[in-house]
Design a protein around this ligand. Structure first.
Ligand code: HMG
Ligand code: MG
Length: 297
């Protein structure tokens, strides 16, 4: 089995979209610069959503225009609608991510649209992206539980993931938005989705609210997934998901992967240093256990 795992670093986007304090545009650009030197191949840079909904990322255009895009690294951004796509393209974005959910109530809270309505919004984006040569990733949120509806049917996760894949998303990221999943459930969900979509087109995206993220990732690796989303220093959370805490820390994921003999191409010490730098900028300790341990060496 292939032992290379691609980490999709979502810290600059998922990590910062919920920050209580404003983060300077220059710091966001510096974060992406540092991450670009660690060996990461995908760095989600920001989000072209409505600044009224997510004021923390209102500077998306300035951030994207300010980063140095290094060869061999993709810098995707979130877009919720065509307006976001236009804004992203005007600063030269070459990969976007669209996002919906497996829970109707969550999706309405997060994007003011039902699931099918959001899929309909994406259709013209996918069409234009195809013509523009832009890659499109798709997110399904609340795959293991919803803050408003509770249990989420696996059949609904499969249906929505499939719709995104059929539309042309090259990769579907399955998000445990509020971090309520546990390993067997996570693995069963992934297996169900992989029965309809090829595993190489799937990614997992775990928040660590209940401390289960690494265990969930390990279980999903056993099932065959080879793309894992994570945020340096464990930053993050969705402002429209009550109770959502940070993403799993990228440093902890890389430590796990290297420990079980998998390759990431990432320099763990450099990544951990970046995590501590970010945490210091945000006025706290890093949320990565590996990041803390490596600082003490
Ligand atoms: P809406 O209010 O229904 O939008 O929001 P609208 O089309 O009626 O427009 C209202 C206003 O917003 C207008 O401005 C538009 O111009 C503006 P006004 O005329 O009133 O001044 N607007 C925009 N401005 C800039 N860029 C845009 C844009 N679109 C509209 N793209 C909308 C609908 C989808 C826009 C809104 O709900 C939104 O932006 N939601 C995003 C919420 C969000 O970012 N959530 C976090 C990301 S998802 C996540 O974290 C989960 C994930 O990590 C995976 C996981 O963990 O599961 C991905
Ligand atoms: Mg998330």
């Amino acid at each position: 089995m292939d032992d290379f795992v691609r980490i999709v670093e979502v810290g600059p986007r998922d990590g910062l979209q919920n920050e209580a304090q404003p983060v300077a545009t220059a710091d966001k650009i510096e974060l992406i610069r540092q991450l670009s030197l660690t060996g990461l191949r995908s760095i989600e840079a920001t989000s072209f959503v409505s600044p009224r909904w997510v004021p923390q990322l209102a500077d998306a255009a300035e951030v994207y225009a300010g980063i140095e895009r290094r060869p061999g690294i993709d810098y995707p951004v979130l877009v919720p609608n065509e307006q976001g796509y236009n804004r992203a393209r005007s600063v030269g974005v070459e990969e976007v991510a669209v996002f919906t959910a497996a829970s109707e109530t969550f999706n309405r809270t997060n994007t003011n649209a039902g699931i099918d309505e959001s899929l309909a919004r994406f259709a013209p984006i996918l069409e234009r992206a195809r013509a523009d040569g832009v890659k499109v990733r798709g997110y399904v949120s609340t795959v293991l539980g919803c803050p408003y509806q509770g249990e989420v049917a696996v059949s609904e996760v499969v249906r929505v993931a499939r719709a995104l894949h059929d539309m042309g998303c090259y990769e579907i990221s399955l998000g445990d938005t509020i971090g309520v999943g546990t390993p067997r459930k996570a693995r069963a969900m992934l297996k169900a989705v992989a029965s309809e979509i090829p595993m190489p087109a799937l990614a997992v995206h775990f928040h660590d609210t209940y401390g289960q993220a690494l265990a969930n990732i390990d279980a999903c690796l056993d099932e065959g997934v080879r793309v894992v989303d994570a945020a340096v220093s464990g930053a993050g959370g969705c402002p429209y998901a009550k109770g959502a805490s940070g993403n799993v820390a990228s440093e902890d994921v890389v430590y796990l992967l290297h420990g079980i003999g998998m390759r990431t191409g990432i320099d763990l010490l450099a990544l951990a240093a970046t995590g501590r730098w970010l945490a210091a900028r945000l006025g706290r300790e890093t949320g990565s256990k590996a990041g803390k341990a490596l600082a003490a060496l």
